[in-house]
Design a protein around this ligand. Structure first.
Ligand code: ADP
Ligand code: GLC
Length: 498
């Protein structure tokens, strides 16, 4: 199958979070399953410096953007058999230090940047010499593509390929003032409550939810949660209307990158059968973070965007309480200045126990996953979450709130004492998290139990092998899904609470 995937970030070229990991890995997995995959993404300035081998394609974009026209170029990189990444070049929009923001401030022209990018994607889908058989969009930055393609049907594009939109996080919708709609050059009839309009504004994600043939999100539980008022972010009614075309497919993990046996970021390889290397990774991490090197002290870690979603407030509260015990904690993250300050203050108050690194550091992310005993992820909501799955493979026991993909991937002792691989808590409070941390300490004090949790985690398989067939099924049925009133999938049951 010829598949076009479009995303505003793709690992290893650009990344602010799991979206990049997911799209990069999905592209690779589809290609390795024998499909022909084109990934399309913006050419940010920093990509060219890191990947000097990009090839300029004989291709230019000259597309309307409201009342003006904007020109762009196209570059490519063949990554492996069946997988080519195409980079849309527009220096004015993309040759910047950040992807969406700089110095905590969003770029003022994000509407123009990503509407333009979406137009380039629709244009490629229509005119590229090897036209795709399905166009798979990711998040609000490309969610206008189905509407743009639909409109082109009336402008001579006989049968555009079916579209699939994956919602990685419903909380980010790409909402812009109404006048941004003019940048789409879509007819005014698209700007209606049953289209792109949302309380008088342009809502890019909603537009995709209305017009894409198939919708997916990144875990089964989150698929149910977003159809409820509590976690529907104002779009639950729209999602309920499309429930027959909405599928929850758990993200896979790229174990080629996230593994403990052959990993350029880890000085001490290890495996479930040979865990000595994990202890050495722990001592090395303590050294790297400036903490006392003590293998007996329980070491907790978090790697995160510091956003409200991630449960930063309850983590700070719980740590405040728990740091009176003999534990250590390391954080790698960046985000809201208030949250960054919160962790910095914790570090000042508990020197020798807390070490904080603000910023983005891929190698350190691997070393934290490997060196810690426990990984804390207390999210308010979590569409899928990748770090807890990385933790499991690294033999690092995740402590998570039972929401979204966290609930789908972690098994608590109370659910199944034999297969337990993590600690789960329900209530969103510092008190409940502190209690979960105390449970973790109880596990830590019983070596047999600790080993069982670790072994179970390391055995868990979230590889793309299981995920790829599910996407193929959605792609294949996308066309009929839009036509059939029944849809192809099982309906998503109502749930009363998230
Ligand atoms: P989200 O996409 O909501 O941020 P995920 O758990 O799906 O959450 O994915 C986060 C990804 O980003 C993981 O690969 C994680 O290791 C990475 N990450 C987050 N913050 C940092 C950071 N400061 N440095 C390096 N990697 C980070
Ligand atoms: C989003 C979600 C996260 C998910 C990631 C990849 O960033 O917040 O839960 O794992 O996308 O799908």
């Amino acid at each position: 199958m010829k598949i076009l995937l479009a995303s505003s970030e793709i690992h290893p070229f650009s990344k602010t979070g799991g979206l990049a990991d997911m799209v990069g890995a999905l592209g690779k997995a589809l290609a390795r399953a024998g499909h022909d995959v084109a990934l399309v993404t913006p050419l940010y300035g920093f990509i060219r410096a890191k990947f000097p081998n990009l090839i300029r394609e004989e291709w230019t974009f000259d597309l309307p953007l409201g009342t003006r026209r904007e020109q762009g170029g196209l570059w490519s990189l063949k990554v492996e058999q069946g997988l080519t990444v195409y980079f849309v070049e527009h220096p004015g929009f993309f040759d910047r230090q950040g992807i969406y923001f700089e110095g905590h401030i969003s770029y003022a022209d994000n509407a123009e940047r990503f509407i333009y990018f979406s137009k380039c994607v629709a244009h490629l889908a229509r005119y590229w010499p090897q036209p795709p058989e399905v166009v798979h969009l990711h998040d609000w930055q490309t969610a206008l593509v189905p509407a743009l393609m639909l409109q082109q049907r009336t402008e001579g594009w006989g049968t555009p390929p079916p579209t699939c939109l994956t919602i990685h996080n419903l909380a980010y919708q790409g909402v812009f003032p109404a006048d941004a709609f003019a940048l789409t050059n879509l007819p005014q009839e698209f700007f209606r409550p049953d289209g792109a309009e949302f309380y008088g504004q342009l809502n890019c994600l909603k537009t995709g939810i209305v017009f894409a043939d198939a919708l997916t999100t990144v875990s089964p539980r989150y698929a149910r949660e977003i159809t409820t008022e509590a976690l529907g972010c104002g779009l639950d009614d729209r999602l309920r209307q499309r429930r027959k075309q909405l599928f929850g497919i758990l993200n896979g993990v790229d174990y080629g990158e996230w593994n403990t046996a052959k990993n350029p970021y880890l000085a001490h390889p290890y495996s479930a059968a040979q865990l000595d290397g994990k202890t050495l990774c722990k001592l090395a991490l303590q050294r790297e973070m400036g903490l006392p090197e003590r293998k007996e002290v329980p070491l907790f870690g978090t790697i995160s965007r510091l956003a409200e979603q991630k449960g930063v407030d309850i983590e700070l509260g719980a740590l405040e309480e728990m740091l009176s015990a003999d534990i250590q904690f390391v954080l790698l993250g960046s985000g809201s200045p208030a949250f960054e300050l919160g962790y910095q203050k914790l570090q000042e108050r508990f020197p020798g126990q807390v070490a904080v690194r603000l910023g983005y550091n891929e190698g350190l992310a691997h070393r934290i996953e490997a060196g810690c005993d426990f990984f804390i992820m207390p999210s308010q909501f979590e569409p899928c979450g990748l770090n807890q799955m990385y933790s499991l493979r690294y033999g690092t026991i995740p402590i998570v709130r039972a929401t979204g993909g966290l609930d789908d991937t972690v098994t608590d002792y109370n659910q199944d004492s034999t297969r337990a691989n993590g600690v789960k808590f329900q209530e969103y409070s510092a008190r409940a998290l502190a209690k979960a941390i105390r449970k973790a300490l109880a596990i830590y004090s019983q070596p047999d139990l600790l080993h069982r949790f670790r072994r179970n985690g390391m055995k868990a398989d979230f590889s793309w092998k299981q995920t790829v067939p599910q996407y193929l099924k959605v792609y294949e049925s996308a066309q009929s899904l839009s036509a059939s009133p029944q849809g192809a999938g099982a309906p998503i049951p109502d749930i009363s609470e998230p």
